[in-house]
Design a protein around this ligand. Sequence first.
Ligand SMILES: NC(=O)c1ccc[n+]([C@@H]2O[C@H](COP(=O)([O-])OP(=O)(O)OC[C@H]3O[C@@H](n4cnc5c(N)ncnc54)[C@H](OP(=O)(O)O)[C@@H]3O)[C@@H](O)[C@H]2O)c1
Length: 298
Amino acid sequence: MQALLVGKIKPRVAIVGCGTVGTAIGKLLRDVDYRISGVATSNLETARRAAGVTGSERFSSFPWEVTRGADVVFITTPDDLIESTCMSISEHRGFDKNVVVIHCSGALSSDILSSARDCGAEVANLHPLQSFASVDQAVSLLPGSFCTIEGDSSALPIVRQMVEDIGGILLEITAEKKMLYHAAAVAASNYLVTLIHLALELNEAAGLATDTSFNALLPLIRGTLSNIGEKGIPAALTGPIARGDVATVSAHLKAIEKDAPELLQLYRCLGLYTVGLARAKKTIGREAADKLASLLGR
Ligand SMILES: NC(=O)c1ccc[n+]([C@@H]2O[C@H](COP(=O)([O-])OP(=O)(O)OC[C@H]3O[C@@H](n4cnc5c(N)ncnc54)[C@H](OP(=O)(O)O)[C@@H]3O)[C@@H](O)[C@H]2O)c1
């Protein structure tokens, strides 16, 4: 593998699982002169189409038929099939010695590819920190997206090279901390949805229709994101907790308890966390922080 890098010979890449990410990575690598030696997916017609998009030499519905002879194998099936697909390729002796086997899951680490390691392969994870709804979208968004990698030290040089070649931005992590990294992505993406839903529910309890309410909140949400980008956290924090305005927070709790009691616990929990940010911003003293914490934690 090192020879491939040093000699600048592009590795032969096989893709197993020809959905959004597998097909897009195949196309992007092909566009920068990697050889896509084979693609495999459970549906032969899909494999045929993916071979057309990626310029692959071979296609099959049996992964081991296309993985043999490859220098790099991407397993881009749905997450819950990565480990079993890897095992099945291993059982069919589908991995050459020293091949680099990569999966793209955000939640799982490269350790789930241990059956390939047992065959003499090197394993890694390459997770594009982005959400893709289609192959075309992935092809246009992957360049410029952060791509988080971890894995065997001998596998990482070629993984770094591929990320660089497709225009991704490298972020490196350890297998051990992968789950925390994924929890962070869930917090930033999924819980943002939850947070905005909380705001919409409170507005609904206030008599505002969801469409109007969302349109009204959107400039506030965008402004806050832009402040976070410009000033960072905790500097971007504003509002009653940042001001130490105990009376307003107390009035919020009473109003929510009366008209939307099912949201009270979440509001309290977020408020308590925010008191810590206000202390870090140094806009409230210990006395105000204690009052707010006791009010919100009650
Ligand atoms: N989409 C995203 O936004 C995104 C972002 C970052 C990372 N990822 C990761 O990328 C990986 C792939 O996700 P995706 O979004 O590309 O999924 P996807 O579009 O659902 O594609 C997965 C493909 O795997 C194929 N497949 C299913 N079972 C298989 C099997 N037993 N053997 C071989 N192929 C099989 C399916 O093809 P057929 O059934 O048609 O044969 C399907 O098209 C996942 O690990 C995911 O976590 C996705």
